[in-house]
Design a protein around this ligand. Structure first.
Ligand code: TMP
Length: 212
């Protein structure tokens, strides 16, 4: 822990940033990290998939493979990445009482593979508990944007998932909203249609209550 860092043992330590593609979560993760660092918080930033060297290889397949990918193959690749990520990076950081800010985690798997691919969110949560040693986030931000805004922000250069039809992304978004109803203590919905600094303000309000 950095000199002067706060002891976070009773506060949210594992925080995830979620939402449909183009929702602005990665920008908000960076802004949140900067804010927390100014408050003396010792943290790491990471992402899912691709938070480890092995995970980067899995991410490359997941986002860029241009042939057919069976839904369960996709699911287990995301879970394989997560198993490595949790064991190699997230749990060791949490053990050191570092705050972990993670760009996507299990809610992405539930929203994308569970709701949008139709594999079932509950089954995915069970599988995640196996591969991720039951590690769940203490706090999750879901950045909610309209499909139109998401499509505009993603632009024309799309990866394999971004290239899915609007109907798929609509189901992902509905999945997130449903998850937020199921886990109200953990998931906070942020209206991400607003401009960056407005969204940042809303995130900081939550961080002030739940982390600092
Ligand atoms: P990113 O571009 O936000 O890093 O996310 C990579 C893509 O992978 C994004 O389209 C969401 C998707 N994804 C899933 O489908 N399932 C998952 O479990 C995760 C973590 C991401």
């Amino acid at each position: 822990m950095k000199k002067g860092s706060k002891n976070l043992s009773k506060k949210a330590l594992f925080i995830t940033f979620e939402g449909i593609d183009g929702c602005g979560k990665s920008t908000q993760l960076d802004l949140a990290a900067k804010y927390l660092e100014t408050k003396g918080i010792d943290l790491i930033k990471t992402r899912d998939p691709g938070g480890t060297p092995l995970g980067c290889k899995i991410r490359e397949i997941l986002l860029n493979y241009d042939g057919n990918v069976a839904s369960y193959c996709e699911l287990f690749l995301y879970l394989a990445d997560r198993a490595q990520h949790v064991e190699e990076k997230i749990l060791p950081a949490l053990k050191l009482k570092k705050l972990v800010l993670c760009d996507r985690y299990v809610d992405s798997t539930m929203a994308y593979q569970g709701y949008a691919r139709g594999l079932g969110a509950e089954q995915i949560l069970n599988l995640n508990n196996i591969v991720a040693k039951s590690l769940m986030p203490d706090l999750t931000f879901v950045f909610d944007v309209s499909l139109e805004t998401s499509r505009q922000r993603v632009g024309d250069k799309k990866d394999r998932l971004e290239s899915e039809a609007d109907e798929f992304h609509k189901k992902v978004r509905e999945g997130y909203l449903d998850l937020a109803e199921k886990f109200p203590e953990r998931i906070v919905i942020i209206d991400a249609n607003k401009d960056i600094s407005e969204v940042e303000k809303n995130v900081i309000e939550v961080l002030n209550k739940r982390v600092l």
